[in-house]
Design a protein around this ligand. Structure first.
Ligand SMILES: Cc1cc2nc3c(=O)[nH]c(=O)nc-3n(C[C@H](O)[C@H](O)[C@H](O)COP(=O)(O)OP(=O)(O)OC[C@H]3O[C@@H](n4cnc5c(N)ncnc54)[C@H](O)[C@@H]3O)c2cc1C
Length: 98
């Protein structure tokens, strides 16, 4: 999955829109569905976090909305460092399981 949109919803909530990199349709989500995101860095073990899907059901993309706590580890990173997927920002790509 790659991040194709990033929206600041409020002072401490950021939404990411994730689209598949393989072009295949996604499983349309049911109410209450969540996905597990893995943040990888070559120097540290992957951080796994669950996020509820916050967008309309879609086979094209998933949206997650992430609340940032000041002392948390991954949410502040997502808020400040995750960039939209382009050839120069692949290192910051968030991978999510289907
Ligand atoms: C099924 C499911 C669905 C979920 N859906 C969502 C969702 O839609 N949106 C969402 O934002 N989250 C969701 N979560 C929670 C999410 O998976 C993460 O747990 C959450 O975002 C915190 O991750 P983090 O790495 O930012 O914080 P972590 O680093 O894991 O910290 C967790 C908490 O501990 C506190 N903490 C961390 N370090 C310290 C310290 N040294 N001293 C004191 N306190 C500390 C942080 O302030 C934070 O409140 C969901 C979880 C589950 C299980």
């Amino acid at each position: 999955m790659r991040v194709t949109r990033k929206n600041r919803e409020s002072v401490n909530v950021t939404s990411l829109v994730l689209e598949p990199t393989d072009g295949q349709p996604l499983t349309a989500a049911l109410p209450g569905s969540y996905r597990v995101a893995a943040a990888t860095n070559v120097d540290a073990p992957a951080l796994l976090r669950s996020y509820s899907l916050s967008g309309e059901p879609s086979e094209d993309c998933y949206r997650v909305s992430i609340k940032r706590e000041p002392t948390a580890s991954l949410a502040p990173y997502i808020d400040s460092e995750v960039r939209l997927a382009t050839s120069s920002t692949r290192a910051h790509r968030a991978a999510a399981s289907r």
